[in-house]
Design a protein around this ligand. Sequence first.
Ligand SMILES: Cc1cc2nc3c(=O)[nH]c(=O)nc-3n(C[C@H](O)[C@H](O)[C@H](O)COP(=O)(O)OP(=O)(O)OC[C@H]3O[C@@H](n4cnc5c(N)ncnc54)[C@H](O)[C@@H]3O)c2cc1C
Length: 389
Amino acid sequence: MDAMSHRDDPHADLREEVAKLCARFPGEYWRKLDEVRGYPTEFVNALTEAGYLAALIPEEYGGAGLGLSAAAAILEEVQRQGCNGAACHAQMYIMGTILRHGSDAQKAEYLPKIASGELRLQAFGVTEPTSGTDTTALRTTARREGDKYIVNGQKIWTSRAEHSDLMLLLARTTPREQVQKKTEGLSTFIVDMRTVLNKGLTIRPIRTMMNHNSCEVFFDNMEVPAENLVGEEGRGFRYILDGMNAERLLIASECIGDAKWFIEKAVGYAKERVLFNRPIGQNQGVQFPIAKAYAQMRAAEAIVHKGLEKFERGERPGEEANMGKMLAAEASWAAGEACVNTHGGFGFAEEYDIERKFRETRLYQVAPISTNLILSYLGEHVLGMPRSY
Ligand SMILES: Cc1cc2nc3c(=O)[nH]c(=O)nc-3n(C[C@H](O)[C@H](O)[C@H](O)COP(=O)(O)OP(=O)(O)OC[C@H]3O[C@@H](n4cnc5c(N)ncnc54)[C@H](O)[C@@H]3O)c2cc1C
């Protein structure tokens, strides 16, 4: 057992299997994709075939029926091995909306196909250019016309839209002025993008500082069958919120995996790089930032594990999910910083993969929820201070 593992880890075997799969996708694979901003299709297919992306889908729908802690272990291990789960992590948590709020017919239609990989549910259309964090101010509308909805508007940062068959879309079905609370009047839809691409749906990739396959999507009288509405009309915001704790705990686990990857790299190099006749890791100036990042990672991990336990007991781990996500994102960033500094100039060389992971892990202080919004959640919902927005 190494310093980064746990005694009595219930998911040790699962992690080992994930690590074996990841070994087939070494740094070189990710570097080549990074250069061209390509999508890791082979990696995602391998995860799908192994059943990992269907970890949370119940067995009756063809999934593995595992708990959230198993899904977290899978994503953490993917990151810890230097791979990037951002290419497919959303599938794990957005299918929860269909599972919890979808009709029996929707569950029977979509979940088995998502589990088998026949259908990819990778796109989550919530954020818009003018509303951003202020989700309920979104402007995309869905207007009922007979047996369909007509969707108009725009989303931004819809990751993986080009590599997904389905999109889970949040749109306004009742104008904001006509609802009592701004959280009402929003609805969630399953959009089969294959049927509307270039017929009401336009996808435009956005080049970002890391390889994330994020896009702008435009809806111009896009038709969605009424049967694709999830749950009740007007309650979509609630349905999306219901999935947030799981999303945050999973993203936090990815950050913990990133932190472990950086720490392992940094420790290895600090022990082996000899300058002034001694390993650089003998210098406290090199050693302490790595040790500090390790402590930050362990603290975040403890909170995330507590959140996962609560979740699996059926409790709402809002506090742990939010704190865990924030602290894990900060820990992975601190570990990345320490890793770059430890490697000196080599930290900037692409072949070490450090600069790539450094760019990739930075995202999680901003998305899917920014640190400020987590702090305002804690201030308001945990500490009982006035709402700040
Ligand atoms: C690479 C990438 C992938 C993404 N993938 C997806 C996706 O698949 N689907 C999707 O729907 N979205 C996605 N997002 C969007 C992401 O969730 C948002 O970027 C994020 O929620 C922040 O929204 P914003 O970018 O509009 O920033 P804004 O909401 O404009 O916020 C800008 C800054 O202001 C701060 N701020 C705003 N309001 C307050 C306040 N009241 N108090 C204190 N500070 C505040 C924020 O913390 C932030 O620092 C992605 C984003 C990126 C960059």
